[in-house]
Design a protein. Structure first.
Length: 369
């Protein structure tokens, strides 16, 4: 009966243990938004599969609580889980730079970067960087975090026997509701003076940015390695002993849609739409939503499934909607010019706040002692 209901409601009939490898020991993951909802479920599943997990979130109390809950779930007979909380405001470029640089210097490897943290459907607000908070947290903070962690991921890809590291960015099917006026051409679109979008449109715009970042910025951009000579002995480019992908970078990037999931984000409906309608909207939508553990499945699959490596040409840059399923992007998410606009604007916004050195060279690799 439950399986039939799940099918009707669009809920998966499988569990985390069906999609995640049983043992990720020796691999390191960074998970943003890992204190609640989907991010917590992803962090928990990776930690219980014996990966080292760095859990990034803004609120210290929530972070320590999440770590304690994950440790309480570990098996008494297996190895101790290795999970650490790292406090960071993704809407503050200086904070992101500080945290990313510390991780890059202190960690010996980085196999998985899961970009899940985000502002939900809510009214316009301003981030610490003076921009639309949806855009700052959901996209720009992850853009900068990725940039400053890529050297560590590139060096991980070059390790003997390494599997291709993966970047997984959690988007949403609501990206299809982004207004056609979105161009990502100017900072003016993201300033308080341009506050003309509703709560849903603000969220949708940021989720569209997630998809454009993965497809055009990463997969068809900085992760596409330049041609190498036949005499090259670079491990990353396939003639050495490290991981390599069809595009030569040694790193794969994917976007995911978790489904409609009941998380704490529904509490923001009251702020976005007022107490009465917001409360009504919250409680009328919850019965049709997935639980957070079910919402984590597409992301866990994108992060760990062997199928992704077996058919990299298919999955690199893909939009994963359920384990083993992809597609459904809007035409705007496939607009190369929008992708170029977003990349140019994102670099400009970061450098305006951190200076010209705020972004590392996208092809930089961390050199090992």
């Amino acid at each position: 009966m439950q399986a039939a209901l799940n099918t009707v409601m669009g809920r998966p009939n499988f569990t985390q243990s069906d999609v995640i490898e049983s043992n990720l020991q020796g691999r390191t993951a960074v998970v943003t938004g890992g204190t609640a909802g989907i991010g917590y479920e992803v962090a928990r599943a990776l930690a219980l599969a014996h990966a080292r997990v760095l859990l990034i979130a803004q609120t210290g109390e929530h972070g320590e609580d999440a770590v304690a809950k994950i440790k309480a779930d570990q098996s008494t007979s297996g190895p101790m889980v290795d999970v650490t909380f790292v406090q960071c405001d993704l809407g503050n470029a200086h904070d992101v730079q500080r945290v990313a640089d510390r991780i890059r210097e202190q960690e010996g490897r980085l196999d998985l970067l899961i970009c899940d943290a985000g502002v939900g459907v809510n009214k316009f607000d301003v981030s610490a960087d003076g921009l639309d908070r949806h855009f700052s947290v959901n996209h720009l903070g992850h853009f900068l975090l990725t940039n400053r962690l890529l050297p560590l991921m590139r060096s991980t890809a070059a390790l003997p026997g390494a599997r291709p590291p993966r970047i997984v960015v959690v988007s949403s099917s609501l990206h299809t509701t982004a207004p056609s006026s979105v161009r990502f051409e100017s900072e003016d679109e993201l300033m308080p003076e341009a506050d003309q979008l509703g709560a849903m449109q603000l969220y949708a715009r940021s989720k569209l940015a997630n998809l454009l970042f993965v497809r055009y910025g990463l997969t068809q951009g900085v992760l596409r390695a330049p041609p190498v000579s036949e005499n090259s002995n670079s491990a990353v480019n396939g003639n050495g002993s490290g991981a390599h992908t069809h595009n030569g970078s040694g790193i794969l990037a994917l976007a995911t849609h978790p489904g409609a999931v009941h998380t704490g984000q529904q509490d923001q409906f009251k702020e976005a739409y007022g107490m009465v309608f917001g409360t009504l909207l919250k409680y009328t939508t919850i019965p049709f939503m997935r639980a957070p553990d079910a919402g984590s499945l597409s992301t866990l699959w994108a992060a760990t499934a062997d199928d992704v490596e077996r058919d990299e040409a298919k999955w690199a840059g893909a939009y994963v909607t359920d384990p083993g399923q992809a597609g459904g992007e809007s035409s705007m998410a496939k607009d190369e010019q929008l992708g170029k606009n977003l990349w140019k604007l994102s670099e400009k916004l970061v450098r305006e706040r951190l200076g010209q050195d705020g972004l590392l060279p996208w092809d930089e690799i961390k050199h090992r002692d």
